[in-house]
Write a new protein. Structure first.
Length: 301
C-alpha cells in the first residue's frame, strides 16, 4: 500500500516553466513531458494557459495540447485562465479532454498586475468573477494565484495586509484554493513567516498553497519553513527549476521539483514523488536545467 503522502505537489513546469523559455516547444514535446510527469507521483499538473497568444506565445497551443495528451494515473490537470475569453477557449475542448481544475490569477501589487494582465488588482476581481462563477457552476475546481505576494519587481516589499485582503476577496468570490506566489523569488524566511503567521489567522492552512521562485536560492528553505512551522501541505514546483514570469524582470525559475522532493524525503516527509523520474522527464526536453540536483550527474545515472 502506498505510504500516506504528507505533501501535495502541483507540477507547474508545463505552464510556469515553459512560458518563460525562449524556445517555443512543439505540442508533441509538451505532451511527452506531461505524460512522463504523470508517472512521477505528482498530484497535479498545470498543463498550460489560455492567455493571449500575443502576450505569451509559448502557450498558444494549449488547446491542441489538451487534445493530444493521454492522461495517466489519476493525476489532476489544471489550466491558467485570465478571463471569460480564456474560459470559453477551454470549454471548446471536448469534455473528456478538459482539465478538472482551472486557475485564475491576480496580484498583490497594481504595477505588476497592470503589466501582467493590463488591469489593477480591483479591476481584476471584476474580470475573474464571472470565470469563477461559471467554473463553479460547471463543477470545476478553482484555484486562484496571488502573484507578488511578498515582493513586487516595481513596488518593492508588499505588505501582508494587502495579501490578506486579496486572499479574502478571492475566497468571497468562490475559489477553492489560493496559491501565494513569490513571483520574483525574493522572499526571505522572515518574509514568509511574517506573512503566514498573519494570513493563517484568517484562512485555513488547507486552502493555501505556496509558490516559490528561486532567484535568491531561498525557495527550498522557504518551502520547508512553510511546512514545518505553519503546516502548509501544498507546494507548486517545476521540474528542472524551469520557469519565471515574462512580466517580472530578473525573476528566475520556480523551486525545482527534484530539489524540493529530495529535501522533503530526506527530512522524513513523504511526498510520493520519485525525483529521479522527475529529472528524467525534464531532461528529455534538452533545455538547460536550473535545479541543484541537475548539477550532480551521478544521481540520475
Ligand atoms: N485568449 C486569447 N486571446 C485573448 C484572450 C484570451 N484569453 N483575452 C483577450 N484576448 C485577445 C482579444 O480577443 C483581443 O484580440 P484582438 O486585438 O485581436 O481583438 C486582444 O487579446 C485584447 O483583448 P483585451 O480583452 O483588451 O485584453 P488585454 O489587452 O487587456 O490583455 C490579457 C489581457 C489578460 C488577455 C493579457 O494581458 C494576457 O494574456 N496576459 C498574459 C498574462 C500571463 O500569462 N502572465 C504569465 C502568468 S502569471
Ligand atoms: Zn510562478
Amino acid at each position: 500500500m502506498e505510504q500516506e503522502k504528507q505533501i501535495k505537489i502541483v507540477e507547474v513546469s508545463p505552464r510556469d516553466g515553459l512560458q518563460n523559455e525562449k524556445e517555443i516547444l512543439p505540442p508533441e514535446k509538451k505532451k511527452e513531458l506531461i505524460e512522463s510527469l504523470c508517472e512521477t507521483g505528482v498530484d497535479e499538473i498545470e498543463v498550460g494557459s489560455f492567455v493571449s497568444p500575443k502576450a505569451v506565445p509559448q502557450m498558444k497551443d494549449t488547446d491542441n495540447l489538451l487534445l493530444m495528451i493521454n492522461k495517466k494515473n489519476g493525476v489532476k490537470f489544471s489550466v491558467l485562465i485570465p478571463n471569460m475569453k480564456g474560459f470559453e477557449r477551454m470549454m471548446n475542448i471536448p469534455e473528456s479532454k478538459r482539465p478538472e481544475k482551472i486557475a485564475v490569477f491576480t496580484a498583490a501589487s497594481d504595477t505588476f498586475n497592470l503589466k501582467n494582465i493590463n488591469a489593477t488588482v480591483e479591476d481584476s476581481f471584476k474580470i475573474i468573477k464571472p470565470v469563477i462563477e461559471e467554473a463553479k457552476k460547471l463543477k470545476f475546481e478553482v484555484r486562484a494565484y496571488i502573484s507578488t505576494a511578498f515582493w513586487c519587481p516595481f513596488e518593492g516589499k508588499v505588505k501582508p495586509e494587502k495579501v490578506i485582503y486579496v486572499a479574502e476577496k478571492l475566497f468571497e468570490l468562490g475559489v477553492d484554493e489560493v496559491s501565494v506566489g513569490d513571483t520574483i523569488g525574493r522572499a526571505s524566511p522572515k518574509d514568509v513567516s511574517e506573512l503566514l503567521s498573519l494570513l493563517l489567522k484568517k484562512i485555513s492552512r488547507d486552502k493555501i498553497a505556496l509558490h516559490f521562485h528561486n532567484t535568491y536560492g531561498m525557495a527550498v528553505l522557504n518551502s520547508f519553513i512553510s511546512f514545518r512551522d505553519f503546516g502548509i501541505r501544498t507546494f507548486d514546483s517545476s521540474a528542472g527549476g524551469l520557469g519565471g514570469c515574462p512580466f517580472a524582470p530578473g525573476a528566475s525559475g520556480n523551486v525545482a521539483t527534484e530539489d524540493l522532493i529530495f529535501m522533503f524525503e530526506n527530512s522524513g516527509v513523504k511526498t510520493g514523488v520519485d525525483f529521479k523520474k522527475v529529472m528524467s522527464a525534464v531532461l528529455k526536453l534538452e533545455i538547460p536545467l536550473r535545479s541543484s540536483l541537475s548539477k550532480i550527474q551521478k544521481i540520475i545515472e
